[in-house]
Design a protein around this ligand. Structure first.
Ligand code: PMP
Length: 381
């Protein structure tokens, strides 16, 4: 009998299983609309030109080595990453009450923040603090209805997607964000932003950070988990940052001292390559401008695919309204296809999408969009 004889087989992670099934599908027409990664119009992964440039700078720099980084990460990465979220002229940065921890992707930043809150948030009663994450919703409304916000126990933790909500592609309006902030302040709820698509919603980094910055102006102490996987195309480098906004420098200092303890027993020390790439880019004016341009290229291609898919479905006369495809923003679209229709798309058309009906708009190209539109039409009628 093995020591592991009692270990049950776990179900595969849905999105990665989908990619595997796609890989094994021999159909030459197959399309992968599953995993949330950018693809070019040739259906290929894209190494951002600015990243290629900075990679060369790093290789040529003889002063760099592979020593351990500081436990909280590369200082110039942490500060520049926080600046991207909060804005160059953020009052919180000027008042020296922002701290950051370099983490293993956005996921690592969420995990880091959660672990800190579990240990230290809300005194010793923390085990009872509820955490609210959004359920996928349909339609154009804030992901948190008034009822959830007003009935949640005081001090509850709310994870809010900063922009380009995954999977719905529907963000609250500015007015709705203001209402959310007002209720959260009144009910003393904790704001934990999840920012994984900055730049992808509008093509503009500042516009996409509006909600985060608004909450700062409203005096919230908060966390913001940032991922650079999508907007830098650095998926496998695991580049993330947890930005902490606190009342003053002293609070930040004590929080960071506890974050060090958490890093030490988790990954102990972060990887350097991705953080260097991002830091050099953000801290060099011409490279920063080039990156913004690269982000816009990606966002624009998504917009183009949205417009074309909607237009093609309209021309085909596919039953239903498809305006949501262009109204939704960011990388994803909630098509409205039900699980049965999704199964048909996969089995009969070799078009791979999540059971929820979510599609990655970047999987569409000028070459496969007709096939995808016709397949949706055939599935729906
Ligand atoms: N938050 C959201 C909303 C995401 O969609 C993702 C990536 N799918 C992440 C966080 C995590 O990103 P990373 O790959 O950097 O861990």
């Amino acid at each position: 009998m093995s020591l592991f004889g009692e270990v049950p087989q776990a179900t595969p992670v849905a999105v990665f299983k989908l990619s595997n099934d796609f890989k094994e599908d021999p159909n030459p027409m197959k399309v992968n609309l599953g995993v949330g990664a950018y693809r070019t119009d040739e259906g290929q992964p894209w190494v951002l030109p600015v990243v290629k440039k900075v990679e060369k700078i790093i290789v040529a720099d003889n002063s760099l080595n592979h020593e351990y980084l500081p436990i909280l990460g590369l200082p110039e990465f942490r500060s520049s990453a926080s600046k991207i979220a909060l804005g160059e002229d953020s009052p919180a940065i000027q008042e020296n009450r922002v701290g950051a921890v370099q983490c293993l992707g956005g996921t690592g930043a969420l995990k880091m923040g959660a672990e800190f809150l579990r240990r230290w948030y809300n005194g010793n009663d923390n085990m009872k603090t509820p955490v609210y994450v959004s359920a996928p919703t349909w339609g154009r409304h804030a992901h948190w209805n008034d009822k959830t916000l007003t009935t949640a126990p005081k001090h509850s933790i709310f994870v809010l997607h900063a922009c380009a909500h995954n999977p719905t592609g529907t963000d609250p309006t500015h007015v709705e964000w203001m209402q959310v902030a007002e209720v959260m302040k009144r009910r003393k709820l904790f704001v934990f932003f999840d920012s994984a698509y900055q730049g992808f919603a509008s093509g503009c980094l500042d516009k996409d950070a509006w909600a985060v910055r608004y909450f700062v102006t409203q005096g919230f102490e908060m966390f913001c988990a940032q991922s650079f996987s999508k907007n830098f195309g650095l998926y496998n480098e695991r580049v993330g940052n947890l930005t902490i906004v606190a009342r003053d420098a002293d609070n930040v200092r004590r929080v960071l001292s506890q974050m060090e303890k958490i890093v030490r027993v988790n990954w102990s020390n972060p990887p350097s390559q991705g953080a260097r790439l991002v830091a050099i880019t953000l801290n060099t004016a011409e490279l920063f401008a080039e990156w913004k341009d690269n982000v816009k290229t990606m966002a624009d291609r998504v917009l183009l695919m949205r417009a074309s898919l909607q237009a093609k479905l309209q021309v085909l006369g596919t039953p239903g309204t498809w305006d949501h495809i262009t109204q939704q923003i960011g990388m994803f679209s909630f098509t409205g296809l039900n699980p049965k229709q999704v199964e048909y798309m996969i089995k009969e058309r070799s078009i791979y999408l999540m059971a929820s009906g979510r599609i990655n708009m970047c999987g569409l190209t000028t070459k496969n969009i007709d096939y995808v539109a016709e397949s949706i039409h055939e599935t729906v009628v």
